[in-house]
Design a protein around this ligand. Structure first.
Ligand SMILES: CC(C)(COP(=O)(O)OP(=O)(O)OC[C@H]1O[C@@H](n2cnc3c(N)ncnc32)[C@H](O)[C@@H]1OP(=O)(O)O)[C@@H](O)C(=O)NCCC(=O)NCCS
Length: 184
């Protein structure tokens, strides 16, 4: 299952956004926007405080070509990085994660980015589903997932690096069939 092709640093264009590869020059904006507890407290693997060293280390690891189901994208509205979105494999199934600079919330940007990233992933791979989820108390992210067609599959506990503790988590997934039926 899965069999993602190895591809060269892809990019995706949407109506308002350019989802593009990370570059070393993104470091300062990465720090400016991720060193914000309101952003990192609902993410699993982003430390807080978020330093230039964290950004450089992350960017170093993004420079290599990688399979579609492990690809990360910068979210760029034409004037530099404003967020990130990407996939990682957990138990052979892609899991989507995303964040946006606080000043850009509330404009439908992540719904637009996540819809495009999912369409790209399903086109580039043969995965039958994508998983995600939100920590309890993150209604904006849960709403995005509901709008895209994700369904709740259960509850779990997931560590949050920024908060340094395990938190209750709502697990979700979307099947290829459901995404394709809704994405018209
Ligand atoms: C979650 C996040 C990505 C949302 O990005 P965004 O671009 O503002 O999201 P969108 O505007 O595309 O959609 C948000 C939806 O949630 C709704 N929403 C926002 N706040 C809400 C709240 N407190 N209660 C209920 N719904 C809410 C919005 O109205 C919108 O739904 P609508 O289109 O039906 O009106 C952004 O807040 C963020 O980066 N948060 C920190 C990191 C994070 O939590 N990442 C996700 C981890 S699972």
């Amino acid at each position: 299952m899965g069999a993602a092709r190895e591809i060269e640093r892809p990019e995706i264009r949407t109506e308002r956004l350019h989802l593009r590869p990370f570059h070393a020059a993104d470091a300062d904006r990465l720090v400016a926007f991720l060193n914000d507890f309101e952003v990192s407290r609902t993410l699993g693997r982003v430390p807080y405080p978020y330093t230039k060293e964290h950004a450089v280390d992350w960017l170093d690891r993004q420079q290599m070509p990688c399979p579609a189901d492990e690809t990360g994208f910068v979210i760029d509205r034409g004037d530099g990085l404003i967020g990130g979105i990407g996939f990682r494999l957990i138990d052979s199934t892609p899991d989507i994660g995303y964040w946006l600079a606080r000043s850009c919330w509330g404009q439908g940007l992540m719904t637009e980015a996540a819809r495009a990233a999912l369409a790209w992933l399903f086109a580039e791979t043969d995965h039958a589903k994508v998983r995600s989820g939100v920590y309890e108390g993150n209604p904006a992210s849960l709403r995005i997932q509901e709008k895209l067609g994700f369904e709740v599959t259960g509850r779990s506990t997931v560590h949050c690096l920024a908060q340094g503790r395990d938190l209750p988590h709502i697990d979700t997934q979307i099947t290829r069939t459901r995404f394709e039926a809704l994405d018209r």
